[in-house]
Design a protein around this ligand. Structure first.
Ligand SMILES: C[S@@+](CC[C@H](N)C(=O)[O-])C[C@H]1O[C@@H](n2cnc3c(N)ncnc32)[C@H](O)[C@@H]1O
Length: 161
Protein backbone atom coordinates (compact mmCIF):
# COMPACT_ATOMS: atom_id res chain seq x y z
CA UNK A 1 0.00 0.00 0.00
CA UNK A 2 1.45 3.39 -0.95
CA UNK A 3 1.68 6.33 1.47
CA UNK A 4 -1.42 8.10 0.12
CA UNK A 5 -3.61 4.99 0.39
CA UNK A 6 -2.30 4.29 3.89
CA UNK A 7 -3.14 7.88 4.92
CA UNK A 8 -6.69 7.54 3.52
CA UNK A 9 -7.15 4.20 5.30
CA UNK A 10 -6.00 5.74 8.58
CA UNK A 11 -8.35 8.70 8.13
CA UNK A 12 -11.32 6.39 7.48
CA UNK A 13 -10.47 4.32 10.56
CA UNK A 14 -10.23 7.46 12.72
CA UNK A 15 -13.67 8.60 11.54
CA UNK A 16 -15.12 5.13 12.17
CA UNK A 17 -13.74 5.10 15.75
CA UNK A 18 -14.87 8.64 16.42
CA UNK A 19 -18.39 7.89 15.24
CA UNK A 20 -18.64 4.69 17.28
CA UNK A 21 -17.39 6.59 20.36
CA UNK A 22 -19.98 9.36 19.84
CA UNK A 23 -22.84 7.10 18.70
CA UNK A 24 -24.87 7.04 21.96
CA UNK A 25 -24.66 10.83 22.21
CA UNK A 26 -25.55 11.38 18.56
CA UNK A 27 -28.47 8.94 18.80
CA UNK A 28 -29.81 10.96 21.74
CA UNK A 29 -29.42 14.21 19.82
CA UNK A 30 -31.24 12.73 16.81
CA UNK A 31 -33.98 11.31 19.06
CA UNK A 32 -34.60 14.78 20.49
CA UNK A 33 -35.25 16.21 17.01
CA UNK A 34 -38.37 14.19 16.23
CA UNK A 35 -37.46 13.78 12.59
CA UNK A 36 -40.61 12.98 10.66
CA UNK A 37 -40.90 9.58 8.97
CA UNK A 38 -40.98 9.96 5.16
CA UNK A 39 -39.23 13.31 5.33
CA UNK A 40 -36.53 14.56 2.98
CA UNK A 41 -33.19 15.62 4.46
CA UNK A 42 -29.69 16.75 3.62
CA UNK A 43 -26.60 15.83 5.64
CA UNK A 44 -23.87 18.36 4.86
CA UNK A 45 -20.33 17.13 5.49
CA UNK A 46 -21.64 13.58 5.86
CA UNK A 47 -18.13 12.13 6.13
CA UNK A 48 -18.16 8.34 6.01
CA UNK A 49 -21.95 8.26 6.24
CA UNK A 50 -22.37 6.57 9.63
CA UNK A 51 -24.44 9.46 10.98
CA UNK A 52 -26.36 9.70 7.69
CA UNK A 53 -27.38 6.09 8.32
CA UNK A 54 -28.63 6.96 11.81
CA UNK A 55 -30.70 9.79 10.29
CA UNK A 56 -32.03 7.45 7.60
CA UNK A 57 -33.29 5.08 10.29
CA UNK A 58 -35.61 7.87 11.44
CA UNK A 59 -37.05 8.79 8.04
CA UNK A 60 -37.80 5.19 7.09
CA UNK A 61 -37.73 3.69 3.62
CA UNK A 62 -40.06 6.29 2.14
CA UNK A 63 -37.88 9.13 3.31
CA UNK A 64 -35.06 10.49 1.20
CA UNK A 65 -31.66 11.70 2.36
CA UNK A 66 -28.76 13.19 0.52
CA UNK A 67 -25.34 12.83 2.13
CA UNK A 68 -23.00 15.47 0.76
CA UNK A 69 -19.26 15.68 1.28
CA UNK A 70 -16.32 17.19 -0.53
CA UNK A 71 -14.17 14.11 -0.04
CA UNK A 72 -14.42 11.53 -2.78
CA UNK A 73 -12.89 8.87 -0.49
CA UNK A 74 -15.52 9.47 2.18
CA UNK A 75 -18.34 9.43 -0.37
CA UNK A 76 -17.06 6.17 -1.88
CA UNK A 77 -16.72 4.63 1.58
CA UNK A 78 -20.21 5.82 2.58
CA UNK A 79 -21.72 4.46 -0.63
CA UNK A 80 -20.09 1.06 -0.32
CA UNK A 81 -21.04 0.69 3.37
CA UNK A 82 -24.62 1.93 3.10
CA UNK A 83 -27.30 -0.59 3.88
CA UNK A 84 -30.06 1.97 3.42
CA UNK A 85 -31.91 2.33 0.14
CA UNK A 86 -33.10 5.82 1.00
CA UNK A 87 -29.72 7.63 0.91
CA UNK A 88 -27.97 9.19 -2.06
CA UNK A 89 -24.35 10.15 -1.51
CA UNK A 90 -23.01 13.05 -3.52
CA UNK A 91 -19.65 14.71 -3.79
CA UNK A 92 -20.18 18.45 -3.33
CA UNK A 93 -19.03 21.63 -1.65
CA UNK A 94 -21.00 23.32 1.12
CA UNK A 95 -19.95 26.68 -0.36
CA UNK A 96 -21.62 25.88 -3.69
CA UNK A 97 -24.83 24.06 -2.89
CA UNK A 98 -26.67 23.23 -6.05
CA UNK A 99 -30.16 22.08 -5.08
CA UNK A 100 -33.56 23.52 -5.93
CA UNK A 101 -35.17 25.85 -3.40
CA UNK A 102 -37.79 24.26 -1.11
CA UNK A 103 -36.23 20.81 -1.45
CA UNK A 104 -35.73 19.65 2.14
CA UNK A 105 -37.77 19.17 5.31
CA UNK A 106 -34.57 19.35 7.33
CA UNK A 107 -30.87 19.94 6.92
CA UNK A 108 -28.36 18.39 9.33
CA UNK A 109 -24.71 19.33 9.58
CA UNK A 110 -22.34 18.12 12.27
CA UNK A 111 -18.86 19.54 12.75
CA UNK A 112 -18.69 21.03 9.28
CA UNK A 113 -20.06 24.58 9.26
CA UNK A 114 -18.49 27.06 11.63
CA UNK A 115 -16.99 30.51 11.42
CA UNK A 116 -13.26 30.39 10.92
CA UNK A 117 -10.46 30.77 8.48
CA UNK A 118 -10.03 28.45 5.51
CA UNK A 119 -6.32 28.14 6.20
CA UNK A 120 -7.20 26.66 9.62
CA UNK A 121 -9.35 24.00 7.97
CA UNK A 122 -12.73 25.71 8.25
CA UNK A 123 -14.84 24.26 5.40
CA UNK A 124 -17.40 27.08 5.31
CA UNK A 125 -15.93 30.16 3.64
CA UNK A 126 -18.89 32.46 4.44
CA UNK A 127 -21.12 30.82 7.07
CA UNK A 128 -23.68 33.67 6.95
CA UNK A 129 -24.20 33.23 3.18
CA UNK A 130 -24.40 29.47 3.63
CA UNK A 131 -27.08 29.89 6.29
CA UNK A 132 -29.12 32.07 3.94
CA UNK A 133 -28.77 29.44 1.25
CA UNK A 134 -29.85 26.68 3.64
CA UNK A 135 -33.04 28.55 4.47
CA UNK A 136 -33.81 28.83 0.75
CA UNK A 137 -33.36 25.09 0.35
CA UNK A 138 -35.81 24.31 3.14
CA UNK A 139 -39.48 23.71 2.54
CA UNK A 140 -41.75 26.06 4.51
CA UNK A 141 -41.51 25.09 8.19
CA UNK A 142 -38.32 23.12 7.54
CA UNK A 143 -35.55 22.92 10.12
CA UNK A 144 -31.77 23.24 10.18
CA UNK A 145 -29.85 21.19 12.75
CA UNK A 146 -26.29 22.23 13.44
CA UNK A 147 -24.01 20.61 15.92
CA UNK A 148 -20.42 21.16 16.88
CA UNK A 149 -18.86 18.84 19.41
CA UNK A 150 -16.53 20.54 21.86
CA UNK A 151 -13.75 18.00 22.10
CA UNK A 152 -11.54 20.27 24.19
CA UNK A 153 -14.28 20.27 26.82
CA UNK A 154 -14.68 16.49 26.65
CA UNK A 155 -10.95 15.77 26.77
CA UNK A 156 -10.29 18.24 29.60
CA UNK A 157 -13.07 16.56 31.61
CA UNK A 158 -11.62 13.13 30.88
CA UNK A 159 -8.17 14.25 32.01
CA UNK A 160 -9.65 15.57 35.28
CA UNK A 161 -11.23 12.24 36.19
C1 LIG B 1 -15.13 17.02 11.06
S1 LIG B 1 -15.79 16.14 9.68
C2 LIG B 1 -17.44 15.78 10.21
C3 LIG B 1 -18.01 14.57 9.51
C4 LIG B 1 -19.38 14.10 10.06
N1 LIG B 1 -20.37 15.13 9.91
C5 LIG B 1 -19.22 13.71 11.51
O1 LIG B 1 -19.70 14.45 12.38
O2 LIG B 1 -18.64 12.65 11.76
C6 LIG B 1 -16.01 17.43 8.48
C7 LIG B 1 -16.50 16.87 7.15
O3 LIG B 1 -16.71 17.97 6.26
C8 LIG B 1 -16.21 17.60 4.99
N2 LIG B 1 -15.92 18.85 4.27
C9 LIG B 1 -14.82 19.64 4.39
N3 LIG B 1 -14.93 20.70 3.58
C10 LIG B 1 -16.13 20.60 2.95
C11 LIG B 1 -16.80 21.39 2.00
N4 LIG B 1 -16.27 22.53 1.54
N5 LIG B 1 -18.01 20.99 1.56
C12 LIG B 1 -18.56 19.82 2.01
N6 LIG B 1 -17.97 19.02 2.93
C13 LIG B 1 -16.76 19.41 3.39
C14 LIG B 1 -14.99 16.73 5.28
O4 LIG B 1 -14.63 15.93 4.19
C15 LIG B 1 -15.48 15.94 6.48
O5 LIG B 1 -16.14 14.77 6.10
Amino acid sequence: MNEKNQHQKNELEIYECLTIFRKPLIERIIDSLDIEPDSTGLDIGCGIGMITNMLANRTGLNGKIIGLDISEEFINYAQSNSKQGNINYLKGDVNYLNFKDNSFDWIWSMDTIWAGLKEFGCPAEKPDLILNKLYQLLKPGGRVFFSLLAFTKITSRLSNT
